[in-house]
Design a protein around this ligand. Sequence first.
Ligand code: ATP
Length: 344
Amino acid sequence: IKFHHSSLTLFHSSPFLTSRRLRWPRMDANSAYHRHHRKDKVIVIMGATGTGKSRLSVDLATRFSFEIINSDKMQVYRGLDITTNKIPVDERLGVPHHLLGEFDPENGELSPEEFRQLGGSVIADITSRRKVPIIAGGSNSFVHALLVERFDPEVNVFDGASPKSISGELRYKCCFLWVDLLFPVLSDYLAKRVDNMLDSGMVDELAEFLDPEADDFELDSAQRSGLRKAIGVPEFDQYFKKYPPPGGLKGMRRDIENEDDRVRRGAYEEAVRAIKDNTCHLVKRQIEKIKRLKGAGWDLRRVDATETFRALMTAGDDGGRWSDIWERQVLEPSVKIVKRFLKE
Ligand code: ATP
């Protein structure tokens, strides 16, 4: 897989890597160096989609000397920023974000094994600069692949039909934070979030992505197999097939707003409902996977964001109340856990 962002080429040409190799020659896995080498420390923020992982990672990164590594399997690709909910640049507050939108979706799907290799290189780079990596994202298969000591790409440990035992042996010293909240509160919030995403231009973005008149569209869609799985793409693909807009796919949302065709509006609403339902199914699957990792001995520390989200959903809240609750109930406990971990 090729990647877009220049920072990744760093791992092939970095003077740091050269000097590190000079200082610590590579030895085989059983060598004394490997047995006595202290594991690098990493912070890992887990949690279902929409729980505030990105916000927490930036809040922590600005207090400590952290750099963020994205572990959402859809946000690794360039494009569909609204649909996949990438954290906007202004909310990153200058904190470096790695593996976020760096991969060209036309180069095919990024596998957990490739993510393990690339994430491992980014971690080595960050720690070599005496900074601490903070991994944030909802893709548990990516997090699992990145962190376990021994990874077998042939085995899907989360496969519902025949779950395999998950190893508790990790190749880094990890501090796990699990942002969680009551499911009904999260599902109300996510329904609202989908509406906000639609208002922010998600349909135009999808129309452009799915535009059959684009150059090399056929070739493209076969190759963009990763990003095509993002929630929103299959749902609107179906809709656009039935109702291609008269003036091309761009401007779809505006077409709909002026549209008095009830059938067409019904199909649009059906697509939106499917997105909301699929997002809730995703949340349930993610929580199951997180619980499975916890059951395998991964020491996840749960922080509860329910009250924050209740306040966030309260009409008329200008942001003051929910951000106070966030600070008290999510950020402060997380800061304590992280401080203790960094001292160990
Ligand atoms: P799996 O074992 O199913 O691969 P996973 O933990 O690796 O799960 P998830 O992050 O749970 O990966 O993603 C599973 C599916 O959820 C994706 O294929 C996609 O359909 C959807 N999805 C995940 N993240 C996003 C996102 N940011 N935007 C849109 N859809 C997403």
